[in-house]
Design a protein around this ligand. Structure first.
Ligand SMILES: [Zn+2]
Length: 436
């Protein structure tokens, strides 16, 4: 397969060259942030570090972290480095707890982002002539518009369908000949269901590749999506505090994660408890520093996403480091009777059981002083019957698999097909009643 690049000079640059670009950009950034943003200056002063102390990329670890709370404390625009007249767009993330976090972009930031997103699309094999079905939500969420500008920059045709109304989406896919799908992985499954309901065979569609992100998903889920939608499923990573979609993108040849657009985003992996930088190759919390953003650069942003960096060369020829699929978030982690459980691990187990569908919910509660975990799983249409004994057997089988893989005991409740609520964006996998 011939590999295409958006910017071959940067994407295949020897790492020493890349690192010198990163250092120059980092030094410039730290100086600018120190002189223009008071909260950053205060934090650096308190840590006893000045811009001129940044002499190598290793010195990055001497700088204080930035968290979502810093963005909230300076709500809405307190961390912006430019006057508002230079801001051409704002986005915000939904504030499930407290205030939303607000991010801003200058004209140049939008240019940069569009190019990064176009690069990501090419990385997934998209090209001019593609009909790109963008089912990420348009609005304050960065997904929709972020991807949209990249599609136009690439020169492909954007179908700005946004989220929701799955049946209409399927009709559009069929009539317009969509070749590339962008959505959350859970929404991709909703689309597969809608196809099924409408009697549309995915093999009759033109879909070739799916670019899925915005929520953690397992390798088994990937297989499921590929098989149900008859396409190659790739993984994209991004978060609004750092930029939006396109921070990292999986190439078609990688089986070890997504290439980070390192000329713009400098990654680190830390131990979330000790906050120490971990040696290359270890798993921990991802931290990003933006190198080129103007309106809202961010220094050592703690993403809470758990991943690992892979430095070995990729067969696509890109020298950009890869980050492994995000396996969970530090704040998604459930502690059930002292055992750490990630929803993605539960998903991994469920996807290996043929009789169930990839729709599930984990309900955590407390009886007396003990945590309980109940798993609601949809049984496949074909398997669902009133043969109670078979269903009981299936429930016990899942319970055993979970116990073997995760070391926790859970009750399994099998439910009828299509009874677990479908989401149009990120799926709600966990209901933790202990916090209520
Ligand atoms: Zn690659």
């Amino acid at each position: 397969m011939k590999v295409r690049y958006w910017n071959d000079e940067i994407e295949t640059m020897p790492r020493t060259g890349l690192e010198s670009i990163q250092l120059i950009r980092l030094q410039k950034l730290i100086t600018r942030v120190y002189t223009t943003v008071e909260p950053y200056r205060k934090k650096m002063d308190a840590a006893g570090i000045a811009p001129e102390d940044i002499q190598s990329l290793d010195d990055l670890r001497r700088l204080p972290f930035t968290t979502k709370d810093d963005l909230r404390d300076n709500y809405p625009f307190g961390l912006f480095t430019v006057p508002m007249e230079e801001v051409v767009r704002v986005h915000a993330s939904s504030g499930t707890t407290g205030k939303p976090t607000v991010v801003g972009y200058t004209q140049k930031d939008i240019e940069t982002w569009s190019n990064i997103m176009a690069r990501s699309l090419v990385c997934a094999g998209a090209h001019k002539g593609d009909m790109i079905h963008n089912a990420y939500g348009y609005g304050l969420f960065t997904g929709g518009l972020g991807a949209h500008y990249g599609i136009e920059r690439l020169g492909a045709a954007a179908i700005p369908v946004s989220g929701g109304n799955s049946r209409r989406q399927v009709t559009i896919m069929k009539d317009f000949g969509s070749t590339v799908l962008l959505s959350t992985p859970s929404y991709a499954l909703n689309l597969a269901e809608a196809m099924d309901t409408l009697g549309v065979d995915p093999r009759s569609l033109s879909l070739r590749v799916g670019i899925f992100g915005a929520e953690p998903w397992s390798e088994n889920m990937r297989e499921e999506v590929e098989q149900k939608l008859n396409l190659k499923a790739t993984d994209i990573y991004g978060l609004s505090e750092v930029m939006g979609p396109g921070v990292a993108m999986e190439c078609l040849l990688s089986n070890k994660g997504m290439h980070i657009m390192e000329d713009h985003f400098l990654p680190e992996i830390i131990d979330p408890d000790t906050e120490e930088v971990l040696p290359p190759g270890e798993t921990g919390e991802l931290v990003f520093t933006t190198l080129t953003k103007e309106a809202l650069p961010i220094i050592r942003y703690r993403t809470k996403d758990i991943s690992r960096l892979v430095y070995e060369p990729c067969s696509c020829g890109r020298t950009l480091v890869r980050m492994e699929k995000v396996t969970g978030r530090t704040d998604d982690m459930l502690i059930i009777r002292g055992v750490n459980v990630f929803p993605s691990q539960v998903e991994h187990v469920l996807m290996s059981v043929d009789e169930v569908e990839p729709h599930y919910q984990i309900v955590v509660d407390r009886e007396g002083n003990l945590d309980t975990m109940q798993l609601l799983v949809e049984v496949g249409e074909q398997f669902f019957s009133d043969k109670i004994r078979q269903l009981q057997g299936l429930g016990l089988h899942i319970q055993k698999e979970i116990k073997d893989y995760l070391g926790v005991t859970c009750k399994v409740k099998l439910v009828e097909p299509k009874t677990i609520e479908r989401s149009e964006g990120k799926a709600q996998r966990v209901i933790d009643k202990r916090k209520i």
